[in-house]
Design a protein around this ligand. Structure first.
Ligand code: SAM
Length: 233
């Protein structure tokens, strides 16, 4: 029997993604998705992050905290296989897994030091707001870049065209919205976040996504995505 170990988060991520629906399924698919890792007491001295800015990318080891009480199964149905074929959990990036740990390579943006406490801004995140961060390591390309076999997920997802209605385009231009807000909406909706079974059929549903403090409504029209409404929450 191996020893059990206890780990605690070294920080918490604040992210524009307030709900799981519409978060990109892998890191760096939405470069405009920025987040800030607020390091916790005991882990936030400026010494902890000295020289971090000499790396362009970081590995984040995190917890799928939203699923922590939902258990896991040895077989899962990855969306990439249409959501109806089962495969081994360890052959997938399922968020329901033993120990509930995730791993994402993200872009380093900057270290922020305030009141002698360090936070780290990153982009290209695929993580929910309040995700606990257990460790951070630099991405080292001579070792981490591999020309690899990728099983059932050999290619990046196909992208859809995203259009903004006049109402939403003028909302964005006339209101105080976060930097790269329009790019973020475009990048996440281009990946068509709907469940796999919805993507095969006609679908006139109005979907909504919470980003930062905004509610974004959208619909699929003729295989493109139309952003129909945006309002503050
Ligand atoms: N690259 C990572 C990995 O394999 O560890 C993530 C892959 S996982 C399929 C990405 C999905 O995890 C996102 O689309 C989102 O729905 C979900 N997710 C992100 N943060 C989460 C959290 N804190 N708790 C539960 N699910 C989360």
């Amino acid at each position: 029997m191996l020893n059990k170990t206890t780990i605690e988060p070294i920080g918490v991520l604040s992210s524009p993604f307030k709900q799981k629906f519409s978060i990109p399924r892998q890191p760096r698919l939405a470069p405009a998705a920025r987040g800030i890792i607020k390091l916790s007491d005991g882990y936030n001295s400026p010494d902890m992050v000295r020289d971090l800015d000499t790396f362009s990318h970081l590995w984040l080891v995190f917890g799928f905290h939203e699923n922590s009480d939902k258990g896991w199964q040895p077989l899962v149905r990855p969306p990439r296989l249409g959501g109806n074929k089962k495969t081994g959990v360890l052959a997938t990036r399922s968020t329901f897994r033993p120990n509930g740990l995730g791993l994402s390579a993200v872009k380093f943006e900057r270290v922020i030091i305030k009141d002698n406490m360090a936070s780290i801004e990153v982009s290209g995140i695929d993580l929910l707001d309040r995700t606990p961060i257990y460790d951070i390591k630099p991405y080292i390309s001579y070792s981490d870049v591999i020309d690899a076999e990728c099983g059932f997920a050999p290619d990046a997802p196909q992208l859809k065209t995203v259009n903004f209605s006049e109402l939403t385009a003028s909302f964005i231009s006339q209101n105080d919205v976060p930097n790269e807000f329009e790019a973020l909406i475009e990048q996440i909706l281009a990946q068509d976040p709907r469940p796999a079974y919805k993507q095969q059929k006609a679908d006139d549903k109005v979907y909504r996504v919470e980003l930062y403090n905004f509610d974004v409504h959208w619909q699929v029209i003729d295989d493109s995505i139309l952003v129909t409404n945006i309002h503050p929450i």
